[in-house]
Ligand binder design. Structure first.
Ligand SMILES: CC(C)(COP(=O)(O)OP(=O)(O)OC[C@H]1O[C@@H](n2cnc3c(N)ncnc32)[C@H](O)[C@@H]1OP(=O)(O)O)[C@@H](O)C(=O)NCCC(=O)NCCS
Length: 161
């Protein structure tokens, strides 16, 4: 995975996307632990370094501020993780990274992007809806949560050829 892209991002600073490497893992884990009540372990991330996975890093002024993990399953891109450092949220970074991974999935011949999102995660839901994702179903009790399992919305974005 060698795709790199540097363009003018939101605000004054440029954002850059590139592939995540193993040397990024400590920073990724630091962000992951601040992003989720039930963060992925290092072993889970390591298991994603496979040919049919895309691990995208989002950098600002050279520092990694977010990442996304996508699994390509036949012609379907499954967005498994999208996370932005808390200090870098709210200025368009999440949308930028989402658009990047969608563009790459289209280029790679995928026909749709599919994801699950906690029903309580209104911020992410709004991001996905505003990017054109539609809700196609629910997975009951999909996520662990403090007060018992939580349902997931299943959302998809069909990709034009
Ligand atoms: C979800 C997440 C990736 C959004 O990243 P972000 O960089 O803050 O998002 P952006 O600034 O690009 O905002 C994009 C859209 O998200 C929505 N959004 C962002 N912050 C929001 C908030 N506080 N409340 C409601 N909607 C919000 C809006 O629709 C926004 O579009 P707008 O600016 O045109 O209104 C980020 O909050 C995050 O990392 N959360 C923790 C991990 C997580 O929940 N990941 C998703 C798992 S499915």
């Amino acid at each position: 995975m060698s795709n790199e892209q540097a363009v003018s991002g939101p605000g004054e600073n440029s954002l850059e996307t590139r592939s995540v490497s193993c040397s990024d893992l400590s920073r990724v884990l630091e962000i992951e632990r601040q992003g989720y009540s039930h963060p992925w372990s290092e072993a889970v991330f390591l298991d994603c370094f496979k040919d049919n996975y895309r691990l995208w890093a989002l950098c600002k002024e050279g520092a990694l501020i977010g990442y996304a993990v996508v699994a390509y399953l036949v012609d379907e891109a499954h967005l498994l993780n999208l996370c932005i450092h808390p200090d870098s949220r709210g200025f368009g970074a999440g949308r930028y990274l989402l658009e990047h991974l969608v563009d790459k999935a289209r280029e790679d011949g995928m026909t749709q992007v599919l994801l699950e999102v906690r029903v309580s995660n209104r911020t992410a839901e709004q991001l996905y809806r505003s990017a054109g994702f539609g809700e196609i179903g629910c997975r009951p009790g999909y996520y662990p949560a403090a007060n018992g399992p939580e349902d997931a919305r299943v959302m998809t974005l069909p990709l034009d050829k």
